[in-house]
Design a protein around this ligand. Structure first.
Ligand code: MSP
Length: 492
């Protein structure tokens, strides 16, 4: 079973910040879950390097644009590493494989392309065309200053796809998620689609239009084509993967992915992705993140200060995936203290440290009493409960579900009082500890997609490889465990 998941490819005119880390980590959580669940996963990310804005940033930095691109693209690769993103590939739109793919893609659209003149406004910040009615005080909706554009341009006959797009949304209600965003797109398309200018002549930092090299492709055609380049287009068949593809994007670029991209794919006769999921935006300490306010959240600072698993957990627990949220250090500290140290950390520590007191040896007994049976069943049902949530990209609900099992396990320890049983009933004690190890293993798998580093530690403590959900069905045998170190030490 195939599964393909993508992040947006990031513009390289600034430093990676928490917003980029968020999109990449979200896709990573889903990719990791699917791998553990036995899927053949392709997970991709990368950098979007052409366009007027990048050319200008390079000029400002006083660097040749290719060299500038190499430098900033590397920072995004570093961010990927920092966040422990398990991407299988990293694409740069300046790579040969992509130039070839984007040009072939263009040629496949040619029946819907014509030459004309573009006269109107352009917003370089979002690399998008804006209408007169969208402009307020010379600014585009993105806040960027608009520029007048008057040049020869190729156009894509987007207007011809209005009905086909509406039919697509109608027939595939889950094509755009979350549902609230779907309505937004439908009304945009219903309000009428104009043909789209898809080439520029005033600068050359882009992919040349095949057969007319004084034009470079509009950066969004170039950028969107990355998703097929990564499948080996045009040399390899892309159908099987593309049909299983989920694009994770920020809400501000949903229109490009849910309107332009499917229209291009239809025009090219290529398969459409399964879903476009638009996530929300983070503000920082109550305000829009901005360099001038100085409140841009740096992923590396946060990882340094609080730890990687801690940050990754926070991003998906604090805010429902799809909604906007506010990043605050106080909120992060609370999550670490309550959810991580007190709930998860405490459970693992109290059970495994207790086993250490019994010489680190677990004597298994699966002949469970009624209460242990319930915890055993709930542990085995965890993945079944998580599956549909992950398939809806409801990462927040998935975490809540894992935490239900953590709370239930902590309550089980409180009720069973193993420290008392050690003195009075070792037969029962072994059953209690056996089922608690089962619960901890299931919880380890539940948190693994979100907090791979933490899961790795948990698995090491209970002699579990942690490569596949199938391991949940393997019974523990009498075994020695190593002494656990606290998962979330207070001083981190
Ligand atoms: N290059 C285009 C995407 C092309 S995809 C074919 C682009 N790049 S971007 O660098 O400006 O932003 C990409 C993504 O970063 C956003 O869509 C979003 O996923 C993420 N974020 C950037 N800032 C963000 C926040 N403040 N909050 C949350 N995520 C945001 O657009």
């Amino acid at each position: 079973m195939n599964f393909y998941i993508t992040t947006p490819i990031y513009y390289i005119n600034g430093e990676p910040h928490i917003g980029h880390a968020y999109a990449s980590t979200a896709a990573d959580v889903i990719a990791r879950f699917k791998r553990l669940d036995g899927f053949n996963v392709l997970f991709t990310t990368g950098t979007d390097e052409h366009g007027i804005k990048v050319a200008r940033s390079a000029e400002k930095a006083g660097m040749p644009v290719q060299q500038f691109s190499d430098m900033v693209s590397q920072k995004f690769r570093d961010m990927t590493k920092l966040m422990n993103i398990s991407n299988d590939d990293f694409i740069r739109t300046t790579e040969e494989r992509h130039i070839k793919s984007a040009q072939k893609f263009w040629q496949m659209l040619e029946k819907d392309i014509y030459k004309d003149k573009y006269v109107g406004w352009y917003d370089p910040r979002d690399e998008t065309f804006v209408t007169e009615s969208e402009i307020v005080d010379g600014k585009a909706p993105s806040g960027g200053t608009v520029e007048w554009m008057e040049e020869e341009s190729y156009f894509f006959r987007l207007s011809a796809y209005q009905d086909k797009l509406l039919e697509l949304y109608e027939k595939n209600p889950d094509f755009i998620a979350p549902a609230s965003r779907r309505n937004e797109i439908i009304s945009f398309v219903k309000s009428g689609l104009k043909d789209l200018s898809i080439s520029r002549t005033k600068f050359d930092w882009g992919i040349p239009v095949p057969g007319d090299e004084k034009h470079v492709m509009y950066v969004w055609i170039d950028a969107l084509a990355n998703y097929v380049t990564l499948l080996g287009f045009p040399d390899k068949p892309i159908d099987d993967m593309m049909k299983e593809c989920i694009h994770i994007v920020g809400k501000e670029i949903l229109r490009f992915h849910a309107v332009y991209w499917p229209a291009f794919l239809m025009a090219a006769g290529l398969p459409l992705p399964k879903r476009i999921f638009a996530h929300g935006w983070w503000t920082s300490e109550g305000q829009k993140m901005s360099k001038s306010i100085g409140n841009v959240v740096s992923p590396s600072e946060m990882v340094e200060k609080y730890g990687l698993s801690q940050l990754r957990y926070f991003l998906f627990k604090e805010v429902r995936f799809g909604e906007d949220g506010d990043f605050s250090e106080a909120a992060l500290q609370n999550r670490i203290l309550y959810d991580l140290a007190n709930d998860l950390g405490n459970l693992v520590q109290r059970v495994l440290a207790f086993i250490q007191k019994l010489n680190g040896h677990l004597t298994v007994d699966y002949n469970f009493d009624a209460e242990a049976k319930v915890l055993f069943e709930h542990s085995h049902e965890l993945v079944k409960k998580l599956r549909p949530l992950i398939d809806k990209q409801d990462l927040h609900a998935a975490l809540l579900t894992v935490w239900e099992l953590i709370s239930e396990s902590n309550k089980f320890v409180n009720d069973m009082r193993p420290w008392k049983l050690a003195k009075s009933d070792t037969v029962k004690l072994n059953k209690v500890l056996t089922v608690l190890c089962e619960a901890i293993r299931a919880i380890g798998f539940g948190v693994a997609p979100f907090m791979p580093d933490t899961a790795e530690k948990i698995f090491a403590y209970i002699n579990t490889a942690g490569n596949s959900f199938d391991e949940i069905n393997v019974r523990f045998t009498d075994t020695d465990f190593v002494a656990p170190a606290p998962l979330f030490p207070r001083e981190k």
